[in-house]
Design a protein around this ligand. Sequence first.
Ligand code: SF4
Length: 912
Amino acid sequence: MRGAKAGQQSKTTCPYCGVGCGVKAAVEAGTLSAVEGDREHPANFGRLCVKGSALHETLGHHGRLTRPSVDGVEVSWDAALSATANRLNTLRDEYGAQTVAAYLSGQLLTEDYYVANKLFKGFLGTPHLDTNSRLCMASAVVGYKRAFGADAVPCNYEDLEEAELVVLVGSNLAWNHPVLYQRLKVAKERNPLMRVVVIDPRVTDSCEIADLYLGIQPGSDAYLFNGLLAWMAQHQKLDTLYLERHTEGLEEALKAAQQTAGSVAEVAVACDVDPERLETFYYWFASQLHVVTLYSQGINQSASGTDKCNAIINCHLAGGKIGLPGAGPFSMTGQPNAMGGREVGGLANQLAAHMDYHTPGALDLVSRFWTTDSLTPCLPDSPGYKAVELFEAIERGEIKALWVMATNPAISLPGAARVRAALKKCPLVIVSECAAHTDLLPYADIVLPASGWSEKDGTVTNSERYRLSRQRGMLPPPGEAQHDWWIMCEVAKRLGFAEAFNYTHPWEIFDEHARLSGFENEASSKGSKRLFDISGLIGLGREGYDALAPIQWPVTKAAPHGTARLFADGEFATANGRAKLLAIRPQGPKQALSAAYPLRVNTGRIRDQWHTMTRTARSPRLMNHRTEPFIEVHPDDARSAGVVDQELAVLTAAKGEFIGRVRVSSAQRRGDVFVPIHWTDCFTKQARSSALIDSITDLLSGQPEAKHGAVALAALPTDWQATLIVADGLSDASPWCESAYWARTPMRGCQRWQLANTQPINDWLAQINAWMPRPLSVMSQDPANGRLRAVGVEKGQLCWWLMVGPPKELPGLAWLEARFNDTSLSDTHRRRLLAGCDDGAAETGPVICSCHQVGQTTIVKAIREGDVSVEALGARLACGTQCGSCIPELKSLIEEERPSARAKQSPNSEVA
Ligand code: SF4
C-alpha cells in the first residue's frame, strides 16, 4: 500500500510497547494529522498513553533515510540490491552458509519477520538469525516452554481486571505499559476487594495502587517465590487435586524450594525485606484463587531469568491458579511485535511457526513446506547463535556478513565497546533503517532505507495471549524508502530464489504464514498438536486481510473467532499433557560488586521515551519529561559519593562510563542506582547504559543480565555549565561537543544543548565567535559570579541563545522556543530574549503532564494554593486528564507539598 485517501480515518496499532493499543489515525492532505485511541480495540478500548497520543508528531520526512547507499555512496535501488546479493553470495561461497547472519527486531511486522526467517534459515541455510527480542523476553519464552511445553502465555488483559490479587514483579507497569496500568487501576477502583502487590527494588510509579510493596534486594526474586512455594506447602495451601491431575515435578520443586528458601525469616533476610510484610504477601497469594502475577524485564534480564520465571510459574501451578479467568503467570513483552517474531521463528533457537529444531519431524515438515529439501545447503539442523553469542562470533571472525534490520545493537547490547569493535571488523554489514542518523550507521557497508510506522502494512501480535492486530499503511514512505519484506524479496530474487519470494503484497506472506502454522498440525505419534495455529485465517484474500479485526490465536476451523484462554481444561502442550514444576536453585547476580565497583546499576525505560529515541525524540513534548540522561541514587549513597542533586556525575564500570545528571531519590534502595536505556551517542556525550553491563547471559535463554551491573559513582567536576539553544540547521558541526559533557534535546524549530566542561573559558566572547556561525547581537555578563546570557539574531530571526550557569537557573523555555519560530523579531524583544522569557511569563519547570505540557513549578504552586487532589489539579490545570500517565507523579508532588499546603490553609499557620 503506497498511501491512503485524503480525509480517510484508518485503524492501526501503536508501534511502541507490548500492550499493542489500537489507534485511529486521520489522514489529510498527505499527512497524518491526528490520532486517537480505537474504542473498539480490545487491548485499550480507546485509551492511549502519552507516547501513543503523540504518534502523529513523530512523523515527517526530516531525519529519514530516503536513498540506499553502498560504501557511503548513494546508489539506485537496483545497484544496492545487487550489491547486497552479490556480496552475500561471495562471502557465502567462500566461507560457507553459516558465516551469514541476521539480527532482527521486535519492531518489524510479522510479515517482514516471516520473510527474513524463510530467507536466512530456509534458503541461505544459516541458523544465525536472532532478534533484539532476545534482550527483552527470551527467559519468559524458555520458562513457558519448560513448564507448559510451548511458548504460551496463559493470560489475557481481562484477567488483570478479573483477578482478586495482582502481583507486579520486576515490572514498572505504570511507565512501561501505561494503558494496561490504567486498566488495572480502573479495575481496582471498581473492585475494592482487589489487592495489588508490587515487588521491585525501586519504589516506582506503579506503587501508586499498591496495597503492599516489597522492596527486595535486586536479583532475589527466585528466593521469594521458592519461599512462597514452601510456605504454601507448609500451610496446606497447595491445590493437591490440580497438581495430581495436571502437573508433574512437585516433589523435586518443593524439595529445592524448602532447601534453598527456608523459613519466612530466612527468605526475608535473603530478599532484604520485612518478614511480616513478606508473610502477608504469602498469605494473600495462597488464600486467593484468582491471582495474576505479571512480570517483565525485571525478572527476565537476569543471568537466572529463566529460573525466576519458573519459580513464579511453580507457585501458580501449585495453587491451581491458572487456566481460570483472573489467574495465571503473565509475562509482558517490551516491544510491539516480540510475539510476532516468536510466532514465525525469529529467535535463533527456533525454526518456524513455534517449532524448534528438536521438535520431532519439524525440520522435515518445514523443509517440505518451504520446498528447501532439494537445496544445498539445506535447512540447518541445529540452533544458531543467540544475540550476544552472535556478536562474539563476529568478533572471532566467524561471521562474515551481518544484516541488521530495525534495531541498533551498537547501543542496546551489553558490552557496547566490544560490539562496536566487532561491527567494525565484520567484512559486510548491511543495515535496513528508517532514521538517517543512528550510532549503527557508521558501521554499515550497505544502507537500505526502510519504511516506518504509518507506512508499513502488516500484522503485529501483542502480549495479551497473542492477539493479532493489523498495522496499516496509510502514507507513502519518504523518498525511495521501501518495506522490509520487499527489500528482502528483491535480494532473494537476485540470489536465485525468485519463485519462493514472489510476494506482491503482505497478505500473501501472512497467508503462507497461516498455512505453515496449520501444516500437518494435528496430534500424532510424533507429538501433540502445535498450539500456534492460525489456519483459520488462511485464504483471507487482500480484502479480508485489510479488514482483519484483532483476534487471539489459536484460530482454527474449530475456533474461527479465536481463543480467549489457554489451559482451561488443564491440558498442556507437553508430551504427556502435564505442566511441569521445576526444581529452582536461586542464584544472585553474576556481575559481582567489589570495592572498586560497589553499587548495583539497574537499567530501564522512562515514561515518555521509546528505545533509542529515533522516533520519540521527534516529538518535542515527549522530550520535556526528562531532558537529559540521569542517574537516580539514594540520598545516603549520594552523600557518600559526594554527588549533589541536579549536578553531573559519572558512573564507572569495568568497561565503560555513563555521564548523567543526578536525581537524588529515596525511591532508590541504598546501594542501587538506576539509569535510563534511551540515550545514544546521537543525543549525549556518554550515556549508553549498555556500556555499564557485562556480556553475561542466562545460560538457557541467552538473555543478558542487563539489570545487574556493578559500578562506582563520582561527581563530574565542572568549571562551567551552560545551556545553548540553536535554530535547526544552523550548525551541523556542533563544535561545542568537544565539552566534557553535552546532551541534546530537540525542541520545536531548535535544539537545546546542555553543556559542561572541566576546562575554564576565560573569554566567552571569543568562544561564542568560535562556536557560532551567526554573530552575537546582545550579551549581559556578571563577572562576579560568571553568569552570562547572550543572543544571536539575524534578519529578525532568533539564531541562538546562550546561558552560562547551572540549568536550574533556566527560565521557562516555552516563550523562547516560540521565538525561534518567529520570523520578525522586533528590537523590543531583545531585552526579553536575554531574560529568556516574556515579561510576566511564568516559569513552569520540568514537564510532568506531557499531554497538556504542565510543568512541575505550576503544579506545585497550585498545590500550595490548596489544590491537594489529582482531581482539583486536573480541573485547574488539565494535568492528568488525558492519558493519566502523570497521575502517580502528581500524587507524589501532592504528598511532598501537602504539609506546606496545609500550613498555608491553616488560619493558625504561623502558630502551627
Ligand atoms: Fe502505545 Fe504502549 Fe502507550 Fe499503548 S501503552 S499507546 S501500545 S506505548
